[in-house]
Design a protein around this ligand. Structure first.
Ligand SMILES: NC(=O)c1ccc[n+]([C@@H]2O[C@H](COP(=O)([O-])OP(=O)(O)OC[C@H]3O[C@@H](n4cnc5c(N)ncnc54)[C@H](OP(=O)(O)O)[C@@H]3O)[C@@H](O)[C@H]2O)c1
Length: 349
């Protein structure tokens, strides 16, 4: 029996690489594909452009949902899979960040597998395995630092979207690439890790590691640390999630250790305040992470369209967070409303 995969966001960076992985494995089958607006006729037996991706999921009942939609728009598909216990290969970190406890409750009810596709979280998932949690002291997420690593705020005054889109180690969609340049991406990942692994925020660290070879490190109580290494290529975590627990081969070369330089630095929270803002939003809980995400999505879009400066992004997010009460959402309707009203608060129109 082939494993039937629904690829949501099939035209994006992750979606296209996922289809490459599926095509390389005879045991995997592309059952359905969706996009936001790009035509995808004939890409899969069932396709949908725009609308609610859960319509396609209801229709095709896949074995695995690969959610590679960008942004809060992926929320319904994430909750659909978690609630039903359908294996969820999750690239769309924004949905887990925004839904938080609601997603964890749906996951507990559904009882299915949630396999992270984010490379750091895939690494952490593999490192943590079934290890008893009292042996774990903490998780270290690595950040490349993005294209502006080492710069001061003064030096970022006039950077353009094209400058920010030139990521040194990963080739990704525009939204996550800007998030990597501001470190908002690592902030989202911090919150994502909290909800995925049920770790308190003070047990999750971020270190800058410019070559993105070490993806995550788990600190253990006996003083040992376990690290996950590999060349930065999303086909590895995608393949891990889609072929789990089989861990099939990928076209990636084995690491050349003699050629590796492993450097680690503290993140610069003054130049890139979104990482600290995300941590604060996560610690405050409720809908603060949802508001952080919504405001960031609006601000990033405005920056990409040339309506605000790079350095205005964090201010827009801080301002939105300061203007909400962060009351928890009791259901998905309240969550959608929190997202919508946060978007309206962002003064970048
Ligand atoms: N790229 C990476 O290496 C990477 C790594 C880790 C995690 N992620 C995460 O994976 C997700 C996807 O990232 P990406 O880089 O692949 O993004 P991307 O290249 O921009 O692709 C986004 C996909 O989502 C679709 N989409 C956009 N808006 C939509 C909407 N409102 N409703 C339904 N579908 C919509 C797009 O369709 P259209 O083509 O029609 O616009 C496209 O298929 C993000 O959450 C990102 O944080 C990405």
């Amino acid at each position: 029996m082939k494993r039937r995969i629904a690829v949501l966001g099939a035209t994006g960076s992750i979606g296209r690489q996922a289809i490459e992985v599926i095509e390389a494995h005879p045991d995997l089958e592309l059952a359905a594909a969706t996009s936001g607006s790009t035509p995808i006729d004939g890409l899969a037996p069932v396709t949908q452009v725009g609308g609610d991706a859960t319509d396609v999921l209801e229709q095709t009942e896949p074995d695995v949902v690969l959610n590679a939609i960008v942004g809060f728009a992926g929320i319904h598909a994430t909750l659909w899979a978690l609630e039903r216990g359908v294996t969820l290969a999750l690239a769309n970190k924004e949905s887990l960040v925004a839904a938080g406890e609601l997603a964890r409750e749906a996951w507990a009810r559904g009882g299915g597998l949630l396999l992270p596709v984010d490379s750091e979280h895939s690494a952490a998932f593999q490192l943590l395995g079934d290890m008893p949690r009292d042996q774990v002291r903490g998780l270290v997420l690595t950040a490349s630092g993005g294209p502006f690593r080492g710069r001061s705020r003064d030096e970022l005054e006039d950077v353009t979207p094209a400058d920010a889109l030139a990521h040194p180690t990963w080739h990704m969609g525009p939204k996550i690439t800007i998030d990597s340049a501001t470190l908002a991406n690592k902030g989202l990942e911090l919150i994502e890790a909290h909800f995925l692994f049920d770790l308190p925020y003070d047990a999750i660290e971020v270190v800058v590691h410019p070559t993105s070879v070490v993806h995550a490190i788990v600190r253990l109580r006996d003083g040992a640390s376990l690290a996950h290494l590999g060349y930065p290529d999303m086909r590895v975590p995608i393949s891990f999630a889609l072929t789990h627990p089989g861990r099939e081969a990928t076209p990636l070369p084995q690491l050349d250790f003699a050629g590796l330089r492993l450097e680690f630095h503290e993140p610069d929270l003054e130049t890139f305040p979104l990482l600290a803002l995300a941590r604060e939003a996560g610690e405050r809980g409720g809908t603060y992470p949802c508001v952080f995400n919504a405001a960031n999505e609006v601000a990033v879009e405005a920056f990409l369209q040339g309506r605000i400066r790079f350095l205005d992004i964090d201010g827009a997010v801080a301002d939105a967070l300061a203007r909400v009460d962060g009351a928890p959402a009791r259901d998905v309707d309240e969550l959608v409303e929190a997202d919508r009203s946060a978007r309206n608060l962002v003064a970048v129109a």
